[in-house]
Design a protein around this ligand. Structure first.
Ligand SMILES: Cc1ncc(COP(=O)(O)O)c(C=O)c1O
Length: 351
């Protein structure tokens, strides 16, 4: 028996982030399976060896997965492997790499980010063109990589056609494409397509496991080996090489070998849809609901009152935009109770 004490109420869930959720029981089971005995460290274990096959089934036999601890690490290692010291990365102004990584791409990878304002968190060829210039100019950090997020930080997603257009634009300029797929599973679930259908033409993918039900674990997935150099060394240098890697690897095996990734993502998405449908008559939903996030505009005092009972983030203090996020373990009852509180607080007149 453990001496640890349970210090939280496991029946309480909020809408702050899919990172607030616990771990899917099948993942915990898999970790227990990988426990016991000794296995070589730093990825030379039998679970990590099997990962290539696991990822290959989704992304093709050429896919090389490099497990890391977190999404920031995956982005930093992947982007660094794709660029030289004088090169730069074009991304949306709202990209996680720009606003939520404490400057790690700049500090750790030494990268210049060329940001683009977007209406919905999505780049388009036209928007990429606004930064895709200046090659040969010694004064400009040379655009080398385009980075897109799927699904985006604003809960929107790219269709396969939109990605194809970005691939064509990127290639036409001799650049490479990186995808922050922290929530790729949610996008694939909504679109009803295999994960690999959203990465055709992508050179390097940061594949997200944590928000999809793992304890922790993301992977730099190299889809085009010609687009990178030294991933293995950069991962270690960026402090993202786990010694007991078997426990990261076995989580990915449990997530991706069957349909757990899809079950978890579909459920999270369905809960976001349910929430948006339940409150859409009472508040203004401010972004298309396409994955597991709902954005809405609320008067500040209403948001503050609701936040006393339900955790969620105010996304933009200026506009009163809030973000409600669902996860694999959000229940229909959680959503209905929250929706009822929102409707009651706004008196059905928040639109
Ligand atoms: C779009 C996106 N990318 C990457 C990450 C991964 O970040 P972390 O380093 O917290 O795992 C997140 C986490 O919120 C995210 O939303």
């Amino acid at each position: 028996m453990t001496d640890a004490v349970q210090r939280h109420d496991p029946s309480v869930r909020g809408f702050a982030s899919d990172n607030y959720a616990g771990v899917h029981p099948e993942i915990l089971e898999a970790i227990a399976l990988a426990n016991g005995g000794h296995q070589p460290a730093y990825g030379d274990d039998v679970y990590t060896e099997h990962l290539r096959e696991v990822f290959g089934r989704h992304f093709g036999p050429q896919a090389e997965p490099y497990p890391v601890f977190n999404g920031t690490g995956a982005n930093v290692v992947g982007l660094q492997a794709m660029t030289e010291r004088w090169e730069s990365v074009i991304c949306a102004e709202t990209a996680h790499i720009h606003v939520d990584e404490c400057g790690a791409p700049e500090k750790v990878a030494g990268l210049k980010l060329l940001t683009v304002p977007t209406p919905d968190g999505k780049l388009t060829p036209e928007l990429i063109e606004t930064q895709a210039w200046g090659w040969g100019d010694q004064h400009r950090a040379q655009p080398r990589v385009v980075s897109i997020t799927q699904s985006t930080e604003l809960g929107t997603l790219y269709t396969p056609e939109e990605i194809r257009a970005i691939v064509a634009c990127t290639r036409a300029h001799g650049m490479s494409l990186h995808m922050d797929g922290s929530r790729l599973a949610n996008a694939a679930a909504t679109l009803g397509v295999p994960l690999g259908a959203l990465t055709e033409g992508v050179d390097v993918l940061s594949y997200g496991g944590t928000k999809n039900g793992l304890i922790f674990g993301e992977a730099v997935v190299v889809l085009n080996p010609a687009a990178v150099r030294g991933v293995m060394y950069l991962r270690k240098a960026a402090m993202q090489l786990a010694s007991k890697m078997r426990f990261t690897a076995v989580q990915f095996e449990a997530l991706l070998s069957g349909d757990l990734w899809l079950r978890n993502a579909s459920h999270a998405n369905a809960m976001a849809r349910r929430l948006a449908d339940a409150v859409g008559g009472s508040v203004r939903i401010s972004r298309p609901v396409q994955a597991n996030a709902v954005f809405a505009i609320l008067p500040r005092e209403v948001a503050e009152r609701l936040q006393k009972d339900f955790r969620f983030y105010t996304w933009n203090e200026g506009t009163g935009e809030v973000r409600w996020m669902t996860s694999f373990d959000t229940t229909a009852e959680d959503v209905d109770a929250f929706a009822a509180a929102i409707v009651a607080e706004t008196g059905g007149s928040g639109r």
